[in-house]
Design a protein around this ligand. Structure first.
Ligand SMILES: Cc1cc2nc3c(=O)[nH]c(=O)nc-3n(C[C@H](O)[C@H](O)[C@H](O)COP(=O)(O)OP(=O)(O)OC[C@H]3O[C@@H](n4cnc5c(N)ncnc54)[C@H](O)[C@@H]3O)c2cc1C
Length: 566
């Protein structure tokens, strides 16, 4: 076996973070407390090691011309076997990796990507594009069925540079494999920011964001990455698809929108011109508590429809504030924030607080005043002081808690959606009620389902639900996976049946296909499949994700198992 060819700091192939990352003592204490409440195991077994795995030998050899950028080291194959969903982590902790990629390719440049696709198309080899590998819906799993000679995970980590900055139009040409912190570090000397901060910012890439239509941390106006894509270059098995740099165009259906959300099934995005913003210098934030969730959500709608466009406008229900340990740990809370590189925000905040008061919201005026004073920004360009900052710190650290809890038998996951305001109240109550029943039925235990609204639009919110429970047997990770699977399928059913979308920003991947097939028109999916047929006629790109290639039996298993036929 060869050495790893990744040039990045070594990540945990079995969970979130770099190998050397540690839990903070207070986080360990919180995890112990939660595990005690859940009744899980009192300590975690050792996390997986490379030596725990014996992977099947690769089924194929790359040609000599491409071999220098191909790795079959155990670490590289393990690190590209799954994304970072609960099911991915639990399967790793269970030492279960039946479908590793035969090889991992690290092309140096765009030509390298094109050469690999040419070879793969000729040789009937499936190619799974890999950015940061933070997919939570089976998007990077090389589980492609038996109709291919083998499968290569194609990692874009070496395409990681900002190539050109157009200060006049405030845009930059950026390679797709760059991860969030590195991208922001390259833009900072220009005084610019992409200002797209998903919770997975540290370990997710520009290309991954574009093709999954990722949602950033900001709650209104620019929420999805789509808004920032000016033009893209995508290598397909049939050649280069490039869109034009324009601020807007009415010439036919927008080709950028065909690429956004394509999840690696139409081509591999190698670079994009992205719209940037000046780094914000004015900030204001408030944490607002409400007596009832109804009052808080009505206020949220008023804020969303006010035209004030707060950058942060996030509602946490009682269960969520308790879980995140923020606010007074029990009252529904809105985290409200404004930012600007251009103007002081007093009038905006003042009007927003008037709306808050109209709906019975309570806040600390002195904390709001303090938040408006100059504050240092962290790497993500964020204001970290006050309750809003406190909440954000907890939010960024949460993924680190999941791995040790998974090892101790916990089953914890999230599901996210969007719905119009007219249906929201019934939807929220219905999802919480039905999912609590599902959790009780599947595990035999009561468990809370918490909700935060991550993004708000004038016409509706994007609610994000979290649950934590225990598998049927705390020492058996296979039982955790079975429990998760049943809850996952139920959540897809409940959310789509009650009128929401199967995903607001986590994408479809493999795991959400049953919901996608329920909510999208068969005619639309046929049109998409025809587009795929034009760009990838042999169906080698990311089989099993989003839509099936025409005339190809993919027959994947994946984390949720076979999904119903369309
Ligand atoms: C802890 C955690 C928090 C998260 N928080 C958020 C959040 O706040 N907002 C959000 O939107 N998502 C979030 N996600 C989900 C995930 O981070 C996003 O889907 C992200 O956009 C994936 O980017 P990536 O580079 O890691 O892509 P990957 O996981 O590597 O790939 C995702 C999909 O895109 C394809 N792909 C990747 N790169 C390319 C490319 N260059 N060309 C073509 N196809 C490609 C892959 O084949 C796969 O189907 C979170 C995930 C985790 C684990």
């Amino acid at each position: 076996m060869s050495e790893s060819m990744s040039l990045r700091p070594r990540r945990r192939f079995w969970g979130w973070g770099n190998l050397t990352d540690e839990l903070l003592p207070q986080e360990q204490a919180t995890i112990d407390g939660i595990m005690q409440l859940l009744g899980g195991a009192s300590s975690s077994p050792p996390p997986p090691q490379e030596s725990d795995f014996t992977l099947a030998a690769p089924l194929l050899q790359p040609p000599a011309s491409l071999a220098p950028c191909f790795s079959n080291s155990t670490y590289d194959r393990l690190a590209h076997s799954y994304g970072k969903s609960f099911a991915d982590v639990v399967r790793m902790w269970n030492r279960s990796v039946p479908n590793p990629p035969d090889w991992v390719a690290f092309p140096q440049d765009e030509q390298g990507v094109a050469d690999i696709l040419d070879w793969a198309a000729r040789e009937n080899i499936a190619v799974v594009p890999f950015g940061g590998g933070s997919s939570v819906c089976g998007g990077v799993e090389p589980d492609v069925g038996l109709s291919y000679r083998g499968v290569v995970s194609l990692d874009l980590e070496r395409l990681d540079r900002v190539l050109e900055v157009d200060r006049i139009s405030r845009c930059a040409r950026i390679q797709a494999g760059v991860l969030g912190p590195d991208l922001e570090a390259q833009l900072r000397p220009h005084g610019l920011t992409l200002r797209h901060f998903p919770q997975s910012f540290q370990f997710s890439s520009l290309g991954g964001w574009i093709v999954t239509r990722a949602g950033g941390h900001y709650a209104t106006l620019y929420t999805h990455i789509d808004e920032f894509v000016q033009s893209v270059r995508m290598v397909t098995p049939q050649g280069m698809l490039e869109t034009r740099r324009l601020p807007g165009s009415g010439a036919g259906p927008d080709p950028n929108r065909l690429v956004s959300g394509s999840e690696g099934v139409l081509g591999i995005v190698t670079e994009a011109w992205m719209r940037l913003q000046d780094r914000p210098t004015y900030r204001a934030s408030a944490a607002v508590l409400f007596h009832t969730f109804d009052a808080a959500s009505t206020c949220l709608r008023a804020l969303a429809q006010s035209g004030l466009n707060p950058t942060n406008c996030r509602l946490l229900d009682s269960a969520e504030v308790a879980f995140a340990g923020v606010g007074d740990r029990s009252s529904p809370m809105i985290v409200l924030g404004f930012e600007s590189a251009d103007h002081a925000l007093g009038p905006w905040m003042e009007r927003a607080l008037e709306l808050v008061r109209d709906h019975g919201g309570q806040y600390d005026p002195q904390a709001v005043a303090r938040s408006m004073q100059a504050a240092e920004a962290d790497d993500a360009g964020e204001h970290r002081k006050g309750a809003a900052g406190e909440w954000r710190d907890a939010f960024i650290r949460m993924p680190y808690w999941r791995d040790p809890m998974t090892g101790r038998g916990a089953v914890l996951d999230t599901f996210e959606t969007a719905i119009t305001w007219d249906h929201f109240a019934d939807f929220y109550a219905g999802v919480k009620r039905e999912m609590q029943e599902v959790l009780r039925r599947v595990t035999g235990r009561a468990a809370a389902v918490s909700c935060r609204i991550t993004h708000v639009y004038p016409d509706g919110p994007a609610p994000y639900f979290t649950y934590a429970t225990l598998g049927t047997d705390k020492n058996d990770l296979a039982s955790s996976l079975a429990v998760w699977r049943e809850i996952k399928l139920a959540s897809i059913d409940v959310v789509t049946r009650l009128g929401g979308t199967v995903t607001h920003h986590h994408a479809v991947g493999r795991d959400h296909r049953s919901g996608y097939e329920r909510e999208s028109s068969p005619l639309y999916r046929a049109a998409l499949a025809a587009a795929k047929q034009s760009l990838d006629p042999r169906g080698i790109l990311n089989p099993g994700v989003l839509i099936d290639p025409v005339d190809r039996v993919v027959g994947i298993t994946g984390a949720v198992g076979p999904f119903p036929a369309a």
